[in-house]
Design a protein around this ligand. Structure first.
Ligand code: FMN
Length: 132
């Protein structure tokens, strides 16, 4: 069965440890039930999330995430069909933004709008490689 991989970006609204823990708790519970895996890169100015799983589950989840008032400017960045997961061991891996990621200044200057689908996928491939 082919899987859908989807990446979006958004701007946290009210970002702190408590909010992040709540998001991750819900994500890990729901995703495990729905055969969804993925990774959430978190920074005070940026969420970047990859979701992967059955197409129907991903579409339903993304629709619910789009409506979530804990973030703004939810923007679809990449979607593809694939046979293999990048984060198969993780109901939802959370990762602080790495030093090589776009800086806040670059994000403010529109770096995400200039990036293509391959660039977004490359970000998560790089994170996935660090798991070993
Ligand atoms: C940045 C961000 C990432 C999220 N990621 C997930 C996720 O991976 N899985 C999930 O079920 N909910 C995720 N949510 C929460 C959903 O928007 C929604 O609140 C949740 O799915 C509702 O689940 P519930 O009906 O069990 O409370 C995320 C929310 C935010 C703001």
């Amino acid at each position: 069965m082919p899987l859908t991989q989807l990446i979006y970006s958004s701007k946290p609204f009210g970002f702190d440890d408590t909010i992040l823990s709540q998001i991750l708790l819900t994500a890990r519970r729901n995703n495990a039930n729905a055969h969804v895996t993925g990774c959430l890169i978190c920074r005070a100015d940026l969420y970047l999330q990859l979701l992967e799983g059955p197409a129907e589950a991903i579409n339903r989840l993304y629709a619910s995430i789009e409506e979530d008032d804990r973030h703004l400017e939810v923007t679809h960045r990449m979607e593809r069909e694939t046979d293999s997961r990048l984060f198969g061991q993780w109901a939802m891996r959370d990762d602080p933004a790495q030093s090589w990621l776009w800086t806040k200044a670059e994000v403010d200057a529109g770096a995400l709008e200039n990036a293509d689908q391959a660039a977004f996928l490359a970000v998560f491939e790089r994170v996935a490689q660090r798991i070993g």
